[in-house]
Write a protein that binds this ligand. Structure first.
Ligand SMILES: Cc1ncc(COP(=O)(O)O)c(C=O)c1O
Length: 492
């Protein structure tokens, strides 16, 4: 009998644990620092010693527990009920119920699914709409795309950058399943007029979701620290659901959020049950099936460790960082802070000599700050709203604001001395003529290569030329090119 060919190995031979860990540490060294307060996006640093170690130990303790079945692993229900009860106490009303999820995006997906299924079951809506301010997080667009809702985007007020309640009310129809408000919006850190929006939704029989993913664990503690915080939670009449991420200002490791509903009858629409197959009966409250209880346990441990007074003190430190940063920023020539930031997030734009936002200067500034060890997040222009740099302040940054402002001053001088970023008009013309729906691989390659993003190699050190090009492209083309770029990064 001919022998079977021996398959070539899929993996190298196994290595000792310390070697494996050393390789991981080497990879990690290339990343932006997640602790120390100089990375002003993506990471939330309480600045408290021991929190990371506690989270890691709690994760390890529960890493192998499967959150899929709470009848086999009852600890899962205990931990989740504790986390949801805390969120209800902070942001809910009696009778509110919720679910622990993997993050803001999943909480939002579930709230949109709940609204869609509720609208169909209770009001017979078969082609549902999602009404949202233009500043609502992209996750709502993702949810609408995944779940088959039509989005109705309402421009925000140009000065305050808050949702416009009258325009929102006018956008609500008999098909509206859900109306969205942010507390605050990620882009500008301003809190939408939740009460007016929720009242408009309720008046038409629609549900209203408050996206407090980023602000939900900060705003209530800012209020406890004596700051003015507008009403935004489930206690506002008409608000029917709310999302709050524990992996943001709750300081848990990534993979921790809670979605709340006004009652269990509404939450029921979130669940998925399936008994029509020969395997085990399935009831999934969330999008995931099997999930490690490690994330739940670490979030629970961090919350119990920091506690009520701890969160109040941390909120005060974040607010103190903003109090120090805002006047310093406003004193810088050309800087305009956008809106009235109320919750640890600050976005500012830079005007050129003509008073208009100077995209090139702004992008050079971001690059210059990166050279000096600070990551400020560039946000591009959108629908008449100016490009800006975004900072997520955390307690770890409280002692660094003066150093930040000093470096900002130097970085701005350096940025002003640089040649403005100019997108080659030929490339701009070529790119503007592209149809995102019919782009071929060569055209994609040409644009990405120009932007220094070709071949899936590391990003260029200076991002200004790439972002300047992206800024000028129409949204669908931007989305297509970004998709191709990320596809190129994740190419094996
Ligand atoms: C207001 C808001 N909503 C939703 C999200 C999405 O959350 P995640 O990245 O955890 O999925 C974010 C993330 O920053 C946010 O700030």
């Amino acid at each position: 009998m001919p022998s079977e060919p021996v398959p070539s190995p899929a993996l190298p031979q196994g290595s000792p644990a310390d070697e494996v860990l050393a390789r991981l540490a080497g990879l990690r060294a290339q990343d932006a620092p997640t602790r120390g307060g100089r990375t002003f996006a993506y990471v939330y640093d309480s600045g408290l010693s021991g929190v990371d170690e506690l989270a890691a130990s709690a994760y390890t303790e529960f890493a192998t527990v499967n959150g899929l079945d709470m009848t086999v692993f009852p600890s899962v229900a205990r931990l989740e009920n504790d986390l949801v009860a805390a969120a209800v106490a902070l942001l809910g009303t009696p009778g509110a119920q919720g679910t622990f999820t993997s993050g803001g995006t999943e909480s939002i997906l579930l709230a949109v699914k709940t609204a869609r299924d509720h609208a169909r079951a209770v009001r017979g809506v078969t082609s549902p709409q999602l009404v949202l301010p233009s500043t609502a997080h992209a996750a709502f667009h993702k949810a609408a795309a995944y779940l088959g809702l039509e989005t109705v985007v309402v421009p925000v007020d140009r000065d305050t950058l808050r949702a416009d309640p009258a325009a929102t009310a006018a956008a609500i129809t008999d098909r509206t399943a859900l109306v969205v408000a942010s507390a605050p919006s990620y882009a500008h850190g301003v809190v939408d007029p939740v009460a007016e929006i929720a009242a408009a939704a309720a008046g038409r029989g629609a549900l209203c979701h408050v996206d407090a993913c980023i602000g939900g664990w900060l705003l209530p503690y800012l209020r406890r620290a004596g700051r003015h915080v507008p009403d935004f939670d489930l206690s506002v009449p008409g608000v029917t659901s709310l999302s709050v991420d524990l992996h943001k200002y709750g300081y848990a490791d990534k993979g921790a959020s809670v979605v709340l509903y006004r009652d269990a009858a509404l939450r029921r629409h979130q669940y998925f049950a399936h008994a029509g197959w020969p395997g085990y009966p399935v009831v999934n409250p969330t999008a995931q099936g099997t999930k490690s209880a490690g994330l739940l346990a670490q979030a629970w441990a961090v919350q119990r460790h920091i506690g009520e007074e701890g969160y109040r003190a941390l909120a005060e430190r974040t607010a103190a960082a903003a109090d120090r940063l805002l006047p310093g920023l406003r004193a810088v020539e050309g800087v305009r802070v956008l809106g009235d930031p109320q919750a640890g997030l600050v976005a500012f734009t830079l005007a050129g000599a003509d008073g208009a936002p100077d995209l090139s200067l702004l992008l050079h500034l971001a690059d210059e700050m990166r050279e000096r060890g600070w990551y400020l997040q560039p946000q591009l222009s959108f629908d008449g709203l100016p490009p800006n740099l975004h900072l997520t302040l955390t307690p770890a940054a409280a002692g660094l604001v003066d150093a930040l402002l000093t470096d900002l001053d130097a970085a701005l001088k350096a940025a002003r001395a640089l040649e403005p970023v100019a997108v080659d008009p030929a490339i701009a013309e070529f790119a503007a003529g592209l149809d995102p729906d019919t782009l071929g691989p060569e055209e994609v390659e040409a644009v990405l290569a120009f932007a220094g993003m070709g071949g899936g190699t590391a990003l260029p050190r200076r991002m200004a030329p790439v972002l300047a090009l992206l800024d000028m492209l129409p949204v669908p083309l931007k989305e297509r090119l970004l998709t191709e770029f990320v596809g190129a990064v994740f190419r094996v």
